[in-house]
Design a protein. Structure first.
Length: 391
């Protein structure tokens, strides 16, 4: 089918909950992707941070197809090797103790919220159930995770939202005094992705961790977008000198298949028992086989290469006409544009020039595949530079 045929069928049969860009994609290889007319694009989006090894990595395809040919689904009533292998790798690489597998970032965050409230209820009884999150945060699209999200733009239409969330300003240590004896957890992203790719200050994060430890309040670190190598370490918290009680992960964990996880620390590994939480598709053998393959490949050499590529991309972006500043960590960037430039307008021109980017508020957002080659990076940067130069 050509683009117009695909678009017409989408208009007729798919719910219009997305504002799609005028582009259909039909095949890809690493960080390069083609449209129905065989026009080539360099992908600086990785499916919003999902395609860790880009499109159709040979080893990933092999792991997925092999498992699909053996056992595609069992439910969690039975044990499977891919599930335990992926969980073992996650725990060994992070120092966390146990894993609950789910399907999406919102589901992982829901699981962490439930765990925090049950931990407090079991230990202190009712009434200690509030969770502090940060302004400008984003935690998902369910009614509860929307309530946890500290952005008013998302707080509309779907009332009533789940109660029990308080919002604090990021990087404001004095505001931590608002956390009291009604709170069971603090939930934060170490880099606020949807909020503009803004990293938290290391000293602030450590202050939050100390407060939580002193008051037996759980520290939940949301690594839906920052996890699985995106920031140059397997998880971003490993660069902040903290030990979270709960970590949520998704996006890049399955490399293109729906997979998420809640990682439990010392305090929380035994909070949830049989019947407390469940999901039919969690721990799916095919998705977990993909995760085990990805985690096995993300050794220190690979992660060091991610950090090096990230520094190069940051330097190149910072020197471009039209870009005022660059924020982020690893291979996760927010490019603030000079006055007069609109992110969506630049995005569309970049697409025309042959490179795909994202937006986050008023910024361009770049999340290239971690496996992007140096040649692909340079090709994409040149296309973005041409796009910016046209304004």
């Amino acid at each position: 089918m050509d683009f117009e045929e695909i678009k017409a069928l989408d208009d007729q049969y798919v719910a219009h909950t997305y504002v799609r860009f005028p582009l259909a994609l039909v095949r890809g290889e690493n960080a390069t992707v083609w449209d129905p007319n065989d026009k080539k694009y360099i992908d600086f989006t990785s499916g919003i941070g999902v395609n860790s090894f880009g499109f159709c990595d040979e080893g990933w395809v092999s792991a997925v197809t092999r498992q699909a040919g053996l056992l595609q689904h069992t439910s969690n009533l039975y044990y499977t090797e891919p599930c335990v292998e992926a969980a073992k790798l996650l725990c060994e690489r992070t120092g966390m103790k146990k894993v609950f597998f789910a399907n999406s970032g919102a589901e992982a965050n829901e699981g962490a919220i439930k765990t925090a409230r049950k931990y407090s209820f079991d230990k202190y009884g009712a009434g200690r159930d509030r969770i502090a999150t940060l302004y400008n945060s984003f935690h998902g699209r369910t009614v509860t995770t929307l309530a946890a999200t500290g952005q008013e733009v998302f707080h509309n239409y779907f009332f009533p939202f789940t109660e029990g969330f308080d919002y604090l300003p990021a990087n404001d240590a004095a505001a931590l005094s608002q956390i009291g004896d009604k709170h069971c957890a603090v939930m934060l992203e170490l880099v606020q992705g949807e909020g503009g790719v803004i990293p938290l200050d290391r000293a602030y994060v450590q202050a939050v961790a100390r407060l939580c430890a002193e008051r037996d309040i759980l520290l939940i670190v949301g690594e839906v977008q920052t996890g699985v190598g995106r920031t140059g370490t397997l998880y971003a918290f490993q660069q902040f000198g903290i030990t979270p009680d709960l970590v949520t992960s998704a996006k890049g964990l399955g490399g293109g298949l729906p997979l998420a996880a809640v990682l439990f620390g010392d305090k929380t590994e035994n909070v949830l028992g049989p019947g407390d939480h469940a999901t039919t598709f969690g721990g799916n053998p095919v998705a977990c086989a993909a995760a085990a393959y990805l985690l096995g490949r993300m050794d220190e050499f690979f992660l060091d290469e991610v950090a090096r590529k990230g520094e190069y991309l940051r330097e190149q972006l910072a020197g471009m006409h039209g870009i005022k500043s660059v924020s982020g960590m690893g291979m996760m960037f927010g490019a603030e544009l000079e006055e007069g430039l609109e992110a969506k307008t630049v995005l569309l021109e970049a697409m025309r020039q042959g490179v795909l980017v994202l937006t986050a508020k008023t910024k361009l957002r770049l999340l290239p595949p971690l496996s992007i080659t140096w040649h692909e990076m340079q090709t994409g940067l040149s296309a973005l530079e041409r796009a910016l130069a046209s304004f």
